[in-house]
Design a protein around this ligand. Structure first.
Ligand code: AMP
Length: 399
């Protein structure tokens, strides 16, 4: 038996097929440029990986191509689609309606639709993926796993903005937070590695990829997170500016004559590491520029690291202390220089980075010294695994 994990974007579809017993990955793949004539489909593991160019007119066609590959005797060779017992769909926005993963029914679909204005690019894509799987794999249990759900435990003092009350009560403007599945996964892994109950720990999880967010996980519950009403807020990111004085938006419009769309593009696609360096959103390129003595690149790294330190300090204080800090995602897992910039010089707070351990590569690992009061960890995130586990748990609960 198998579980399928689906992550449907506006023009893409990413999936993993896992064995429902061992949770080993049996196949994975990515359909890109769905809806355009030059769409293609990459799939397979290791040496068997290959890319097929084929027309995928819509997400239904993409799901159909994936299922054909899963049934293909020369590929994954499932006996039939009934072997897939559950499908876990990543859904970006669940608003205030979902505090955990749920079995998809008509009511759930309606609530995901209600959240479309809050995630206009992402939720419609997830809905097309759900609809395609309902049509093509009707026997499988369809489960929705929300990026926002883990953050629904954030108290009002942290999720409300100091704006007129009606903007929250009538227009749903509040902090929602994102990357929830990743934060939940690495917090639980940290507790396992520390061999302590999650309920005893105050953890700060740092998801640092192209998008970045930090979360304060107090005894297993998210109590604050750096992304807000949208994934633009918080720390500096690859192309996003993170939090800035909101009056800058007004200034750009009134003084520089920019339109709302231009400001949106500026803040989401032309800012962050890319905007600061004028070189790249990829931190590896920024390091290369630093090695060539590019001063803008040096400053960009300092601004980026400083933004992350600020949130770590804020969350340690708001939780009344911190037991562990976890680094994850592309930058957090791989970039020892950035980790050092963020975590060094904090001995006065009982945070002692072990430079030798920090420089090592590998899977889950501790990078603090043995006498550091706060344990520092690097844990590769695995959102797909958690989505698969949630889907299987709901399948098992149904009997
Ligand atoms: P993600 O969004 O988690 O896939 O992270 C993507 C970002 O991680 C890239 O834009 C890079 O900045 C960074 N990254 C990925 N691999 C490495 C690496 N080996 N060393 C340093 N940074 C990396």
């Amino acid at each position: 038996m198998y579980v399928l994990v689906m992550n449907t974007g506006s023009s893409s579809l990413k999936y993993q097929l896992l064995d429902s017993e061992s949770l080993a990955i049996v196949d994975k793949g990515l359909c890109e440029k769905v809806g355009s004539p030059d769409s293609f489909y990459s799939h397979g593991l290791g040496d068997a990986a290959r890319t097929d160019t084929l027309p995928l007119f819509d997400h239904l066609a993409a799901v159909r191509a994936v299922l054909e590959n899963l049934l293909d005797p020369s590929s994954v060779a499932l006996a039939n689609l009934e072997e897939i017992i559950a499908v876990g769909h990543r859904v970006v926005h669940g608003g205030e309606a979902f505090v955990k993963s749920v079995v998809i029914d008509e009511d759930v679909i309606a609530k995901i639709k209600e959240c479309v204005p809050l995630a206009p690019l992402h939720n419609p894509a997830a809905l097309t993926g759900i609809e395609a799987c309902q049509t093509l794999i009707p026997a499988a249990l369809q489960v929705a796993v929300f990026d926002t759900a883990f953050h629904q435990t954030i108290p009002p003092r942290a999720f409300r903005y100091a704006l007129p009350d009606t903007l929250y009560t009538q227009h749903r403007i509040r902090k929602y937070g994102f990357h929830g599945t990743s934060h939940r996964y690495v917090a639980a892994r940290a507790a396992e590695i520390l061999e302590r109950p999650l309920e005893d720990l105050r953890i700060i999880t740092c998801h640092l990829g192209n998008g970045c967010s930090l979360t304060a996980v107090d005894r297993g519950h998210s109590v604050d997170t750096s992304m807000g009403f949208t994934p633009l807020d918080g720390v500096v990111m690859g192309t996003r500016c993170g939090s800035i004085d909101p009056a800058i938006v007004v200034y750009l419009i009134t003084e520089l004559g920019m339109s709302a769309e231009e400001v949106d593009r500026l803040m989401n696609r032309e800012s962050g590491l890319l905007g600061l360096t004028g070189i790249s959103n990829d931190i590896r390129d920024v390091h290369t520029a630093v090695a060539d003595s590019d001063e803008r690149a040096e400053l960009a790294l300092e601004i980026y690291a400083n933004a992350i330190r600020r949130y770590i300090g804020q969350y340690a204080f708001s939780m009344g202390g911190v037991d562990a800090i976890v680094m994850t995602a592309g930058v957090g897992e791989n970039d020892s220089i950035l980790r050092q910039m963020v975590l060094s010089g904090l001995e006065g707070f009982g945070i002692v980075l072990d430079e030798r351990r920090n420089a090592l590569r590998g899977a889950d690992r501790v990078i603090s010294t043995d006498d550091s009061s706060v344990t520092l960890l690097v844990i590769p995130t695995n959102e797909e695994l958690l989505i698969a586990k949630d889907a299987l748990a709901l399948w098992a609960a149904r009997g």
